[in-house]
Design a protein around this ligand. Sequence first.
Ligand code: GLN
Length: 285
Amino acid sequence: MSSSGVAPQAPRRTVGEALAASPLERREAARLLRHVLEVDAARLIAHPERVLTEAEARAFAAAAQRRQAGEPVAYILGRREFYGLLLEVSPAVLIPRPETELLVDTALGLVPADRPSRVLELGAGSGAVAIALARHRPQAQVVAVERSLAALEVARRNVRRLQPDNVRLVQGDWYDAVAGEVFDLIVSNPPYVATEDPHLRQGDVRFEPAEALLGGADGLEALRSVIAGAPDHLVAGGHLLMEHGWDQAPAVAGLLAAAGFQARQCHHDLAGCPRVSGGHVEANA
Ligand code: GLN
């Protein structure tokens, strides 16, 4: 080991030493190191004496540096688990959130398991919601619309890897891509954060695509478009279900009522926030 001034080569470290020396929180450091070494948690813990190669040490240092600069772990790993599925993610897509699993849960309650139905997702991003729905309801045909071509590429790879054969991805702006088509259920997790929301300057959202987050001055712009267009694209009795911000439930209920939706409902996420709202159009005139 060099104790002189010139020490171009960092000493070889073991897994245990690399974790101990990392400025990151232990759990995050371990997650990044597992990624670099391509090992599971059990193996990492079982072999703290394993010596990192130079390439591994360099890759770990680079990943840790990105994390220290604030980049979300999911983007560094390039993947995120959602509804029991491992999805590819990139900065082109929103990182799927645990609260969005509520959207999937609620939607599954509205899609019959034993007969065909048609489901539309608006703003598919990584494809997380569409793929989760499709895999749990093989009889349903899911159309997933996304405007961003870069996001659509990520969604395409997720569909290819997770292999639901009942998802059709289409590029388009809200309902433009499905003119003349009707569905039994429309779901959406649209951008709903107000442009000036201070939480946009903190944490993971700083790195996520504005297009997937920003819903205009009041955060409701996209929700308005989704709601306004829904009646023309739903069968009689068809449902609309949307994720929204914690304080947007009353506004969304008002928009749903104005668009003629009945039996409006609102579901709370695990943090107790009203998060998913919907309703259905009249069954039969
Ligand atoms: N729940 C996300 C956030 O506030 C926003 C997701 C969205 O706009 N659809 O971080």
